[in-house]
Design a protein around this ligand. Structure first.
Ligand code: TRP
Length: 357
């Protein structure tokens, strides 16, 4: 996941809208179709989990139809080659299964396996201007952190590809972090312009809403953004010992008395928050309970909380990992379902564009 650009517009509007959407979901989950996804670039970690994964499982369990995308083409936006792709795809699917994404109810698929989805990119690209692509703050941020010396055309256009990811299944709800709001805006623009230009009074595509989770940001153990590539992330599949080791080395500060003050004491507060999220309690209470125990007591508490919370997830993951055929089967079935949906949408698109011959 990319970092949050400071200039993301419309966050508070999206938060207000999300609260309204939550009410509607509770009343009538059948009105919604969710699409979300991740790039297969490594194992998922606690930042992903409390930021978005947890929310996906919640929506699935509320009865919202859910599509989960393994965004394999999108790996190539900031690097020349998608390394260890097969392994990372399988690891990602294992993570999904372990956290409770249920392949009977949710469709897990890879976008490279769905040709009709990708074909939507062509008409969609015709609906946005180069200037609009140029000013996407998330793309700018990713270009700044890219490991490539030159910006590829794929980097530049991937938000439109992401619009295809979302619109191929006519999803109307996308649970994302703030960094993804600019992409959602492009998706809405593409949907609106397609309808205006080709819909002939009907709406071929919905204008999907972002659903922001209220989970506050977790930092990595070095106090920076938690990231697969920075060695500061606790992955869901880490062992209890690895978890303890990472947390023992976590950055804290010189004050012995533990408080929850995310602005003034970001590193300590992120650990307090992590313990609270795992325990299902309030961070202020966790801080108070630790009190003068200092960094060592905080680290012991958070290690225990994380390991206890993740134990059943890790056990499920290990059981699924025994059977590699399972992952393959999940993807095969998910890809088949996604292809059927994508073929139907492409048919609608070609009909609307008078391109059926
Ligand atoms: N861009 C997302 C990320 O980096 C992954 C993604 C690809 C996605 N397509 C999507 C997320 C569609 C939501 C909807 O994390």
């Amino acid at each position: 996941m990319s970092s949050t650009p400071a200039d993301t517009l419309g966050t508070s509007a999206a938060q207000a809208r999300s609260a309204e959407l939550e009410k509607q979901i509770a009343e009538d989950p059948g009105r919604f179709r969710v699409l979300t996804g991740d790039r297969p670039t490594g194992r998922l970690h606690l930042g992903h989990y409390f930021g978005t994964l947890h929310n996906r499982v919640r929506l699935q369990d509320l009865g919202v139809e859910t599509f989960v995308l393994v965004a394999d083409y999108q790996v190539l936006t900031d690097r020349d080659v998608a390394e260890n792709l097969t392994e990372y795809v399988e690891e990602l699917v294992l993570d999904y299964l372990a956290i409770g994404i249920d392949p009977e109810r949710s469709t897990i698929f890879a976008h490279s396996a769905v040709p009709a989805l990708n074909q939507l990119l062509l008409p969609f690209l015709s609906l946005v201007s180069v200037a609009e692509l140029n000013r996407n703050p998330t793309v700018k941020d990713e270009i700044a952190h890219s490991r490539q010396s030159a910006v590829s055309g794929l980097m530049f256009t991937y938000p439109v590809h992401q619009a295809a990811d979302i619109l191929f299944c006519k999803a109307n709800l996308v649970p994302v972090g703030q960094d993804q709001l600019p992409h959602l805006e492009i998706t809405r623009t593409v949907a609106r312009r397609f309808n205006d230009r080709y819909g002939n009074g009907t709406s071929v595509f919905p204008q999907p809403d972002a659903l922001l989770s209220d989970a506050p940001l977790l930092l990595g153990t070095d106090g920076g953004k938690m990231s697969k590539s920075r060695g500061n992330a606790i992955s869901l599949s880490a062992t209890a010992d690895e978890t303890a080791r990472l947390l023992r080395g976590a950055k804290t500060d010189a004050h012995r008395h533990i408080t929850y003050d995310p602005t003034g004491r970001p590193e300590v507060s992120s650990l307090v928050l992590l313990a609270a999220l795992c325990e299902g309690t309030d961070p202020a209470r966790v801080a108070e309970e630790i009190g003068d125990g200092g960094g060592a007591a905080l680290k012991r508490r958070v290690t225990e909380a994380v390991n206890e919370y993740l134990a059943p997830i890790r056990a499920r993951r290990a059981a699924y990992a025994e059977d590699r055929r399972l992952v393959r089967d999940v993807l095969r079935v998910g890809n088949e379902r996604a292809n059927a949906v994508a073929d139907a949408t492409l048919k609608d698109v070609r009909a609307a564009m008078h391109a059926t011959y």
